[in-house]
Design a protein around this ligand. Structure first.
Ligand code: CMP
Length: 140
């Protein structure tokens, strides 16, 4: 089925001028970018986004990293978009990410791991609504 998923180009990838390379991978794989914006997250916005990780030991560090520089948030649309995006990203820890995946090619560590992608249909719906109003998403 055609799905939408939320993708974030994280501060490390923005800092190394990899936004275009990363977007190109989505488009070449058949996903369409139907919404996109560059934003500088504050503690509240990043903390709320990652609320499900609040009790994890890495939470504070994760919020600090995600607020360390601008990010690009985008909505990807296409057949099987949620799983396809996760395959394109590779494993959360770039040391375990398969060759040719975004994290294998652009990520430095499990913290500075270049991209975020929704992990389920439920997360995708919540995460898209967290960053975009309906009129900011452009139907194709
Ligand atoms: P992301 O997909 O954005 O979701 C949560 C993030 O927490 C994850 O990518 C990692 O960048 C970061 N993180 C840091 N340490 C861990 C860990 N031990 N397990 C999972 N995620 C971690």
């Amino acid at each position: 089925a055609v799905e939408r998923t939320l993708s974030i180009v994280k501060p490390d990838a923005v800092a190394k001028n990899a936004i275009g390379d990363i977007m190109a991978r989505f488009e070449k794989a058949g996903l369409s970018i139907v919404a996109a914006k560059m934003v500088r997250l504050d503690d509240d916005k990043a903390g709320g986004f990652y609320a499900e990780h609040k009790e994890r030991p890495f939470y504070k560090h994760l919020v600090a990293f995600m607020t360390s520089g601008p990010v690009v948030v985008q909505v990807l649309e296409g057949e099987n978009a949620i799983l396809l995006n996760r395959e394109l990203m590779g494993a959360t820890n770039p040391k375990e990410a398969a060759a040719g995946t975004i994290r294998a090619d652009f990520a430095e560590s499990i913290d500075a791991n270049a991209v975020h992608g929704s992990d389920s249909a439920e997360s995708a719906a919540r995460e898209i609504a967290y960053f975009f109003s309906a009129d900011e998403i452009c139907a194709r």
